[in-house]
Write a new protein. Structure first.
Length: 253
């Protein structure tokens, strides 16, 4: 696999969870990584943990000024941009008849619209380097879990975007791919109210037997797939399931 050493990588939402795991993975392999997130304390913690190879920028990708500032910081830190990983995401769930317009607008704004606008801003930089865009989809488009329609709809949108933008940006030599993680224990599950008690992890792990591999995933396992997708020079428009086989719909007799 081509190395990420020396490459400039912007990861949205890198203050925790999968984004932080990816940032650590790429820093350890010699990349110059920029991360962003709304909580200043998370950015400060990540900066301390990752050191000078990382540039942690407090900011909200749904804000136009912040998007431009975050991108400028990444281009400055990495002396250009090789890859944009649209990782930042939020969960909103509820029965279809109970959904609220503002919450729906908010989740589409953070999970889809902000990623589209940031990608558009990044294109002039990425095309100078034959760069890559990576979206983060979800198992929720492969398996239907009742009550998760807003989140699943946003992930379906980024998966559709992957195909269209791969076609659209090919002539600029920019590759566009999507990783579809399965269950990984991070804050998003807690914030969704899915696992908001002390048994959070054990409840998520109760899904282990639904995975062909018999366990939930680790953030580093998603980072390995991200590394492949941003470096593989003839892979574009790909939707890569990294879910331990949860998406197979396995039933054990
Ligand atoms: N964990 C799973 O099981 C799983 C499965 C499939 C897909 N995914 C996807 O993986 C991605 C990462 O999620 P995660 O599991 O690592 O959850 P997480 O720990 O909650 O990470 C999401 C990150 O996004 C940041 N973020 C949210 N909105 C933002 C905004 N408007 N501007 C800037 N940053 C923002 C959050 O930081 P702030 O709150 O500080 O802004 C947070 O650090 C998401 O796209 C998620 O949908 C996760």
């Amino acid at each position: 696999m081509t190395s990420v050493e020396g490459r400039s990588i912007l990861i949205t939402g890198g203050g925790g969870g999968i984004g932080f795991g990816a940032a650590r993975h790429f820093v350890e392999r010699g990349a110059r990584v920029t991360i962003c997130g709304r909580r200043e304390e998370k950015m400060a913690e990540a900066q301390d943990a990752l050191g000078q190879a990382c540039c942690a920028v407090p900011g909200d990708i749904t804000n136009d000024g912040d998007r431009k500032r975050i991108l400028a910081a990444a281009v400055d830190h990495g002396d250009g941009l090789d890859a944009l990983i649209n990782n930042a995401g939020n969960m909103y769930r509820g029965a279809i008849s109970e959904l609220q317009e503002q919450e729906l607008a908010d989740i589409f704004n953070s999970n889809v619209i902000a990623a589209m606008l940031l990608t558009g801003l990044a294109v002039p930089h990425l095309e100078q380097r034959g760069g890559a865009v990576l979206f983060v989809g979800s198992i929720h488009t492969r398996r239907a879990f009742p009550g998760v329609s807003p989140y699943a709809a946003t992930k379906g949108a980024v998966q559709a975007l992957t195909k269209v933008l791969a076609a659209e940006l090919g002539e600029k030599k920019i590759r566009v791919n999507c990783v579809l993680p399965g269950a990984v224990y991070t804050e998003i599950n807690q914030r969704a109210g899915l696992f908001d008690d002390e048994t959070a992890l054990s409840r998520l792990e109760s899904m282990a037997s639904s995975h062909a591999m018999g366990r939930i995933g680790e953030v580093g396992e998603i980072a390995e797939a991200m590394e492949y997708l941003i470096t593989a020079e003839w892979t574009t428009g790909a939707l890569l399931d990294v879910d331990g086989g949860l998406g197979l719909g396995l039933t054990r007799a």
